[in-house]
Ligand binder design. Structure first.
Ligand SMILES: Cc1cc2nc3c(=O)[nH]c(=O)nc-3n(C[C@H](O)[C@H](O)[C@H](O)COP(=O)(O)OP(=O)(O)OC[C@H]3O[C@@H](n4cnc5c(N)ncnc54)[C@H](O)[C@@H]3O)c2cc1C
Length: 392
């Protein structure tokens, strides 16, 4: 019986089809097979879930898009999952338990899971807004962004990477290792200074020895060529870092707009309890990059005191496991990555020790070994207490 009071499977709607949603849907499949649940997954990207961690590798041509796929929409459809790609949920109508898509259609739910992830931060750049970036400017978040960088690589344009954090360094290293001319622009004295302290100088020097031009400064705006295409990044003080493509890697922010729009509690992310249920709700969950956990049990090992969204894939996958069932063997091969800065420094050092650019350095690769496994309890595990949903 679903919550519309009619016989039938419970209708579970998952919004967002990133890596964490894919993992959750995989866990829900047996419930669909048993006729207990009817699952709809709605993703605004035109592709089924893929491993976002490897987007830079796609961009620089180290791997193909098809190799990073995590889900197959057609196969899921055969197994009874309703997959909607290229479909954006514009609004959640909680009193009517319904999500409204931007094309005017709607989908009713008994249980709603928000897996909306995060979006890249656009720093203040004069004349630039997130709605329309000039040609040659992009982030490194999805496969569309990967194509921008790939195009710049092919055209042998100088690539400017804005952001000296992990993502920026990874993008710069990957592009440089594949032969591009790269300038990395960071704030502070050296890339990752806040994280590494004095060690950041070592990293900066190692990056410079790989051939990456490392520039400190605060970006203020862009210069464009006669066609309106990116041609340079302007720094405070007036210096212009010239290039043919700009990759902005200035961090990410949880996507909470749907939650905000339907009066869910949010802080940095969508506030959920230990079980990932949105605070003060009976029928809404959030998982992955968009969720911020408020676990009331200080001794809880699973939450281990870390509650704010961290923009890391492993906690999201572990929580999808906790909500779901034991994974099939394919998932067990994937483990959370080891600390990136350590591998980045090692990679930078190994590049720098290459005599005359001889043997290529070991590629900076991520997450390819088994990870912790926590079977958790099957989900959904029982009727939702109370079906009378009211706003907070
Ligand atoms: C280049 C890169 C490298 C990374 N490297 C690492 C790493 O080494 N280690 C690590 O742990 N993490 C890394 N990450 C972070 C990791 O990819 C994220 O933590 C992970 O993708 C989070 O998964 P998610 O499913 O929660 O969200 P996302 O991957 O952000 O997916 C959310 C999906 O929901 C969709 N969506 C959002 N709102 C709506 C809506 N209203 N309607 C429909 N669809 C919607 C989005 O379009 C998106 O497809 C990296 C990320 C990037 C971009």
């Amino acid at each position: 019986m679903n919550h519309a009071g009619t016989p039938g499977p419970e209708r579970i709607v998952v919004v967002g089809f990133g890596p964490v949603a894919a993992r959750l849907v995989e866990h829900l499949e047996p419930l669909v097979a048993r006729g207990v649940a009817a699952v709809t997954v709605i993703g605004e990207e035109p592709h089924a879930a893929y491993n976002r961690v490897l987007v830079a590798d796609v961009a620089v041509g180290r791997t193909r898009e098809s190799a990073i796929r995590l889900a197959d929409a057609a196969a899921l459809a055969v197994r009874g999952i309703d997959v909607r790609l290229g479909a954006r949920v514009a609004r959640v109508d909680r009193p009517f338990r319904r999500v409204l898509l931007d094309d005017g259609r709607s989908v009713d739910y008994d249980r709603l899971v928000l897996a909306t992830g995060s979006r890249p931060v656009l720093p203040p750049l004069a004349g630039v807004d997130g709605a329309s970036l000039p040609p040659g400017v992009g982030f490194l978040r999805d496969l569309t962004d990967a194509r921008l960088l790939a195009e710049a690589m092919t055209a042998e344009r100088r690539i400017v990477v804005l952001g000296g954090g992990i993502l920026g360094i990874e993008a710069a290293l990957a592009a440089a290792e594949e032969g591009a001319r790269v300038t990395l622009v960071h704030t502070g004295r050296a890339p990752m200074e806040r994280f590494l302290g004095d060690g950041a100088q070592v990293l900066g020097a190692a990056l410079a020895r790989t051939g990456i031009t490392v520039v400190g400064g605060s970006s203020t705006g862009l210069t464009l060529d006669d066609d309106g295409r990116f041609s340079g990044l302007v720094l405070a003080g007036g210096t212009c870092v010239e290039g043919g493509a700009l990759v902005i890697a200035c961090g990410v922010r949880p996507r909470t707009e749907l939650a905000d729009g339907c009066d869910l509690n949010t802080a940095a992310g969508i506030l959920v309890d230990h079980d990932l249920r949105a605070l003060d709700t009976q029928d809404v969950w959030a998982i992955g990059d968009c969720a911020e956990i408020r676990c009331w049990d200080a001794a809880c090992v699973a939450c281990s005191g870390v509650t704010a969204p961290r923009g890391l894939i492993a906690p999201g996958w572990q929580r999808a496991d906790r909500r779901g069932r034991p994974s099939p063997p394919s998932w067990r091969r994937v483990r959370p990555p080891s600390p990136l800065p350590i591998r980045l420094i090692a990679a930078a050092r190994s590049c720098s020790s290459r005599p005359g650019g001889g043997a290529p350095p070991p590629p900076v690769r991520r997450m390819r070994t088994p990870g912790p496994w926590n079977p958790g309890s099957p989900w959904p595990s029982g009727p939702i207490p109370g079906t009378d949903v009211t706003r907070r």
